[in-house]
Design a protein around this ligand. Sequence first.
Ligand SMILES: [Zn+2]
Length: 249
Amino acid sequence: METEAIVLDCSDHGESDVIVSLFSREAGRLSAIAKGAKKSKRRFVNKLELFSFLHVSCSRKNTGDLAFLAEADLLASFMNIRQDLELYSLASVIGEFLLLGLSEDEPDEKVFRLSLWALHHLDCRQQPRAILVLFLIRYFDYLGYRPDLETCSICQTPVTTERQYTFHPNGGRIICSGCNPEKFRGGALSHGTLKILRAAQDSPLERLHRLKLSGPILREALSLLHNYGRTLFQRDIISWKTMQKYIGG
Ligand SMILES: [Zn+2]
């Protein structure tokens, strides 16, 4: 099989081999062993690194087996991500979410393009934290968990600036201050956050990077998506803590 792929994880196997978890364009999540990659560095040098974008040739006997990685060509190394701790920590969150949400032998072109989009914009250092927000809101959507940020999930009234809203990660829905007034003492979502997240859900990928997030809206959006992601996958996102150290949030 020949396919483009993004390296999501990499671990030593025995004395000379390396096992990589790939997000491949043709076959979704894919595990492959690179025989002798640690000893004879020539064939795989600088290629089997986290977040590298590769063209690979590999073979396997049966679907679901560990594949044998024959060759890898580097298409993009995203060198800034490798060398900058903040960018690396943000990319690690994206990688962790991809490993949680992708399945073997289920290619997903939309998620693949979104992942390349995110790595490219992180590497360019264009509002890197906002890129994580924009990636996550779209990623959850593509997995089938698009949060409804248009209407109150109880009274079905479209969002209006006359009411306040809280987000409920169970079911990815919002509830208005008319339906559940006592919940609003802890603070409502700002209308700015709701608006930018809705815009991110519907913007074409080529224009997604033009949406700007900063300050309280960025913090609120990150926190909402963190809660939602933990609820969806029913587990902690390990790389989130490290990321918060580097971005100082
Ligand atoms: Zn309501």
